[in-house]
Design a binder for this molecule. Structure first.
Ligand SMILES: Cc1ncc(COP(=O)(O)O)c(CNc2cccc(C(=O)O)c2)c1O
Length: 438
């Protein structure tokens, strides 16, 4: 019996060692260089992005490290997603715990987390109901479906005649509906035929909005309170109040896409809070689950959300116990200082940039809270060129439209990190402008 026992133990040990040694080398290999990994990805991945040439292997707080262990300040934060930084310890603990208990049931059954989440988030944002989804664009699709059905069943718009008004230079994702409302050929070219019932007006133009909403078949007006991908376009003071008034006047639902501007990014919980107005349908996303897993949510009151009936909308992972539990923690943490920090740090950031950057090179600094952008004088080069200089100085970000480049770091970034980033930006702009294009 002793011999047999020893044999079984040794077999188990061997198996464990073999498996653990296998795990060490495959599939994630820690010896490849950045250039090897970039080559490997270029060979096997669809070429749907042009990333900045840096290969990140680790993130913590406001920082990331590349595979050569170079450290960078992350001023992109996953496209304004990691509002509480990389690997936030409290959210990580919840992730580890919930992942080991229950990560997914589908909505075929109830689970013990979703009821807590839906009560928490509807109180948090003061709406009657929430419909949880996963990506931001799913949130947008959900909002448009709700608005169209409300149009038919409540506003009594003739069948299949409902119109949704969008604004030029919007960005709300990559689905066929989203690109059907896009004014960016890179986004929509050769993806037709396009979704009918979408019209476009200029952003920040209340006369154009008034005219568009006079069409009795309009069910909704969908817009970002600050346009993100368009280059951090902040509308004139009072625009949001006018949107609210005109939508009320014409019995049209106002859909606020706060996927990039929400969750404290602009120094208030929501960007609409800057004008103390409330949309009929609110969409949030990106870092809602702390940036650990995708999560979006659409909120509305009963008179709107109740057009959704069993079987009329949903998704496999929508409202899963892992994402929803992370969201409760994330939302709680946002109100424990991060939102106020975004307001204070953002003001400082814009003030320092305006005071210390040469105005002929960087003529425009704009934004709100920790959602900011600078415009680059094309005589000196492109935002891409500046991004590469910034990378060399140890700061990561990415251009957006309008000859601009964005700065959307974690909104809980502290003053020391912000100052470190400012110094890097000053140096990068100096280098960038020293090679003035002839
Ligand atoms: C305002 C806004 N609305 C909706 C979306 C879509 O979210 P999802 O990507 O989770 O479906 C966004 C997304 N924002 C955004 C910004 C920059 C790049 C990319 C990209 O698709 O690589 C996305 C956004 O900025």
């Amino acid at each position: 019996i002793k011999t047999m026992a020893l044999e079984i133990i040794s077999k188990q040990l061997f198996k464990h060692n073999f498996v653990s040694s296998l795990k060490k080398s495959f599939p994630v290999c820690y010896t490849h260089s950045s250039s090897d990994l970039i080559k490997k990805e270029s060979k096997h991945n669809a070429q749907n992005y042009q990333p900045i040439p840096v290969v990140i292997k680790k993130g913590k707080g406001s920082y990331v490290w590349d595979v050569e262990d170079r450290k960078y300040l992350d001023f992109l934060a996953g496209y304004a997603t990691l509002n509480l930084g990389h690997a936030h310890p409290e959210i990580l603990e919840v992730l580890k715990e919930q992942a080991g208990i229950l990560s997914h049931t589908s909505r075929a059954f109830f689970n013990n987390i979703l009821p807590e989440f839906v009560e928490y988030i509807t109180n948090y944002f003061n709406y009657d109901r929430v419909l949880p989804m996963n990506t931001g664009v799913e949130g947008g699709e959900t909002a448009v479906k709700i608005a169209r059905r409300w149009g038919y069943r409540v506003k009594k718009i003739p069948s299949n005649k409902a119109v949704v008004v969008f604004v030029r230079n919007n960005f709300w994702g990559r689905t066929l509906s989203a690109v059907s409302s896009s004014t960016n050929p890179t986004a929509y070219e050769d993806f037709g035929p396009y979704m009918p019932g979408f019209t476009l007006i200029p952003y920040d133009d209340t006369a154009a909005l008034q005219e568009a909403l006079s069409n009795p078949n309009v069910c909704a007006f969908m817009m970002e309170p600050i346009q993100g991908e368009a280059g951090v376009i902040v509308p004139k003071d009072g625009y949001l109040k006018e949107v609210r008034r005109l939508c009320d006047e014409h019995n049209v639902l106002w859909i606020a896409d706060e996927i990039q501007t929400g969750l404290g990014r602009t120094g208030r919980l929501l960007a609409v809070d800057h004008e103390e107005v409330r949309p009929d349908i609110l969409i949030i996303g990106k870092g809602l689950a702390g940036g650990f897993v995708p999560m979006s949510a659409v909120l509305a009151n009963d008179n709107v959300m109740n057009v959704i009936t069993p079987g009329s909308h949903g998704s496999t992972f929508g409202g899963n116990p892992l994402a929803t539990r992370l969201a409760i923690t994330t939302l709680r943490l946002l109100k424990e200082g991060a939102i106020d920090n975004a307001a204070v740090m953002g003001e400082k950031f814009r003030r320092e940039l305006r005071n210390n950057l040469p105005k002929d090179v960087i003529p425009i600094v704009r934004g709100r809270g920790m959602m900011n952008a600078i415009c680059v004088n094309p005589d000196y080069g492109t935002p891409w060129d500046l991004c590469l200089e910034l990378k060399d100085q140890g700061l990561l970000s990415k251009p957006c439209d309008g000859n601009a480049m964005r700065f959307t770091p974690p909104i809980n970034m502290n003053e020391i990190e912000l100052q470190e980033g400012l110094e890097m930006i000053y140096k990068a702009v100096k280098e960038f402008s020293s090679t003035k294009m002839q």
